[in-house]
Design a protein around this ligand. Sequence first.
Ligand code: C5P
Length: 219
Amino acid sequence: LDKNDYDGKTVLVTAGPTVEPIDPVRYITNRSSGKMGFEIAKAVKSRGGRAILVTGPTNLEDPIDIETIHVNTACEMYDAVMKLKDNIDIFIGAAAVADYRPERYELNKIKKSDDNIELKLIRNPDILYELGKNKGNIILVGFAAETENLIESAKEKINKKNLDLIVANDVSMEGAGFSGDTNIVNIIDKDLNIKEYPLMSKTDVAHTILDEIKKYFNL
Ligand code: C5P
């Protein structure tokens, strides 16, 4: 492996969940440890590139010598990415961004009563989709975590979000997905070629993704 194959490349990686507050004591979120995104950022750095990590709340330590920006909500993650997007070569969206947020944030804790209540949710911006609309020369990589119809929905996302690659994982499989240190992925490119990989550490998955991205360098 050429140790410096990412020399001169700036890679922006989103990681972790976003957290959408309801009131001062309650929130909605997605399951995500942040490990996959952090491993990608570390892999970029180890291969001579510059990684920038935008992460929601996780239990992980900031990786040494990697610019790490902490956000809570999807809107904050969106703003952070939009500020940086003109100065990057590659964007990798490994974050589990909440698709919806409560329409309003209650300044005071919502009181419990014996009645049911309704929580109105509104759409959050889709960071990858927005980048895909105007992507210029950026190489765009997304993730698709699904529990059914994995390949079909991943292919749809490639088209809808104008991606170059998508990393699809069936999060219902043992050893794949959320909190563990391993993952089982398929990587699909924009020509819809599918590569299936065995169970691997998230570190190895990170390097495999970086290997795959290289076919789009200097096109
Ligand atoms: O459409 P879906 O949410 O399944 O797509 C997942 C991919 O899109 C992931 O790469 C995720 O980081 C990204 N995404 C995003 N902004 C959102 C929702 C998803 O960047 N609001």
